[in-house]
Design a protein around this ligand. Structure first.
Ligand code: DGT
Ligand code: CA
Ligand code: CA
Ligand code: ZN
Length: 583
């Protein structure tokens, strides 16, 4: 059996949890966890990296872990993991994911009651068998039952597109309350991660209690998980957990920076602080002596803004989307932070649908909605003929549509242009859905994967390579075909896709729809490094979806993308020249 990046990441993650249950030193536990994260987010096939002999150049991968990766790639398993499973039942890993159960408790339940699976834990908790164990009680037993229920309800992490607006709504409400001075959504939402574990809200106020009370009493609250003077947690009816922290304005900068994370970024900041003689936490900078111990009576330094926090570390402010410890601290130190794209840079939307296929508005209506949102030009890109389920256009209808698009373009006046394109399927047999002579008549051609997404790697990669080698194709739409949270990306050889796109100059899309966010940030970053043009589009099927552009911008920023790499930041003349040169 050949293991994928994801399989290897899962094995390392399991090893990390099992070592923790075993009581291994935290350093060793963390080294496996960090390696798992690196591999899970890696935009390249580990097999290709191993073949190049550059595994140890990956972050968090040293000689030992590189050897283990090689072993897994070659043999399909890891001897160390197999031995560990003899010692620690693998099922205990699932227990640790329950709120209220850590490695120590998992070990306790296993040793005292021989519990090794989630259903066994649930049965024991419901039968009242946990409460008499050392360190347990009725309350903690009940908490475990609730934790298991929450786990079942909440099938993993929530899409950013659901969590972000929900968080923003709550924040807007809290900011209307008397005494609320300032507020922010922090955590993974502020960093723009595609999926969200829980929502972290911060409010600055000198009078926390009334705001806390109002928070836990909101109508969308299903359960109050904790209610304290400065921190409360609730679970919403949609299963989302929301943490609220309230603090005084003088500490706003340290708190916002800490709770924005990521944890890995925070660790780097703490190290820099220590080098400068400070201990940094969410409250303040505290002076430390030469042994790194906090000097008790010495005055602390409070920061009201994030800029002050970074300035204390000798750094410029770092945009939240970059705070993943993936080179941003070094870039800040060297004054090499990217000049990230922002939503104002976008001139055009090059991917949208109308009633001709599966959209809800006419060509004219989409044009007006786009103009209302400040776009200067658009391309109408309805589905192609083989996609019957989306009412894809026959060649005849496509040519009829062109007449309508030309008419609307003329009607809209010269300050707003409407171009005619297609979102053409890359068919399962590897062919493109329209012949070249039809594509030649269009202003702009997107090629996308919609069907047979589970084809084997070579076959599905070949489909994309065929499209990249056709000079009429300008853009690959949502290249990896993922759907958040439940559809995994296609098993594409992204190295091959990037090489071909680089050769042909074809653009790759960051699809802004929060169910897609495809390319994801780490792939966009690599594409830009290779000089491949990017296009950020909404793929709108109605007017509201045009407002989702900001999710695409956030994803691009997480990928260190600058406006110069993005074709729809160009003035219309430059766009026309580019498409005409491509044929
Ligand atoms: P999530 O909720 O899984 O989508 O991801 P985050 O990043 O929102 O994580 P969360 O909610 O556990 O914590 C929010 C931030 O608080 C996190 O990004 C960094 C900070 N933080 C939380 N726990 C720790 C910790 O143990 N050490 C450090 N250095 N920072 C932490
Ligand atoms: Ca969070
Ligand atoms: Ca949290
Ligand atoms: Zn589309």
């Amino acid at each position: 059996m050949s293991l994928t990046n994801r399989d290897i990441a899962t094995i390392f993650e399991n090893v990390s949890v099992m070592l923790e249950i075993k009581g291994e030193i935290i350093h060793r536990v963390l080294s496996y966890r960090r390696a798992a994260e690196t591999i899970r987010d890696l935009p390249r096939d580990l097999r290709a990296v191993a073949a190049e002999g550059t595994l140890t150049e990956l972050p968090n991968i040293g000689d030992t872990l590189a050897a283990k990766i090689t072993e897994m790639l070659e043999t399909g398993q890891l001897q160390f993991y197999e031995r560990l499973k003899q010692e620690i039942p693998e099922g205990l890993v699932a227990l640790v994911h329950v709120n209220g159960v850590g490695p120590k408790k998992a070990k306790l339940f296993w040793e005292q009651l021989a519990i090794t699976t989630l259903p066994e834990l649930e049965a024991a908790a419901r039968a009242g068998k946990l409460r008499d164990l050392p360190g347990m009680g009725e309350k903690s037993e009940k908490k475990i039952v609730e934790g298991i229920e929450a786990l079942a309800r909440q099938t993993g992490r929530q899409p950013l597109g659901i969590a972000q607006p929900a968080a923003q709504d709550i924040l807007t409400y809290l900011l209307t309350l008397p005494g609320a001075i300032e507020g922010a959504v922090a955590g993974s939402i502020r960093r723009g991660r595609p999926t969200i574990g829980d929502v972290d809200l911060l409010i600055a106020s000198d009078d926390a209690a009334p705001i806390m009370d109002a928070f836990v009493k909101m109508e969308q609250v299903a359960r109050v998980l904790g209610h304290g003077p400065t921190k409360s947690s609730v679970e919403l009816l949609n299963g989302l957990q929301v943490d609220l922290r309230i603090l005084e304005k003088a500490r706003w900068g340290t708190a916002l920076s800490y709770f924005t994370g990521s944890q890995a970024h925070n660790i780097r900041l703490r190290e820099l602080a220590l080098q400068r003689g400070w201990s940094l936490n969410e409250h303040a900078f505290s002076p430390v002596n030469s042994e790194g111990v906090i000097i008790e009576d010495a005055p602390k330094r409070l920061c009201a803004t994030e800029e002050e926090v970074y300035a204390m570390l000798g750094l410029p402010w770092i945009p939240p989307e970059l705070r993943e410890d993936s080179g941003e601290v070094e870039a800040a130190q060297g004054n090499r932070l990217p000049n990230l794209i922002s939503i104002q840079d976008i001139q055009a939307d090059l991917h949208m649908h109308t009633t001709w296929s599966d959209g809800t508005l006419s060509v004219r209506e989409m044009a007006e909605e786009a103009r209302r949102r400040g776009r200067k030009y658009i391309v109408i890109t309805d589905h192609s003929r083989s996609l019957g389920i989306a009412n894809g256009l026959s060649i005849e209808r496509l040519l009829d549509q062109q007449e309508e698009v030309r008419r609307v373009d003329a009607e809209m006046g010269s300050n707003f242009r409407v171009f005619h394109g297609t979102e053409m399927d890359m068919n399962a047999d590897g062919s493109l859905d329209y012949p070249d002579e039809v594509l030649a008549r269009l202003d702009f051609v997107i090629a996308s994967l919609h069907v047979s997404l589970r084809q084997p790697r070579e076959q599905i990669t070949q489909r994309v390579l065929n499209a990249l080698r056709n000079s009429h194709v300008d853009l690959i739409g949502h290249p990896r075909g993922q759907y958040i949270p439940d559809r995994e990306p296609a098993d594409l050889d992204m190295d091959a896709v990037f090489a071909a796109a680089r050769e042909s100059g074809t653009a790759l899309e960051i699809n802004a729809n929060p169910r897609r966010l495809d390319l994801e940030a780490q792939y966009a970053r690599r594409a830009v490094e290779l000089g491949i043009p990017i296009s950020i589009n909404t793929d709108a099927h109605n007017a509201e979806q045009m407002d989702l552009l900001h999710f695409g911008i956030t994803t691009a920023r997480r990928g260190w993308v600058e406006a110069t790499s993005v074709i729809n930041t160009w003035p219309v003349e430059q766009f026309i020249a580019w498409t005409q040169k491509r044929g």
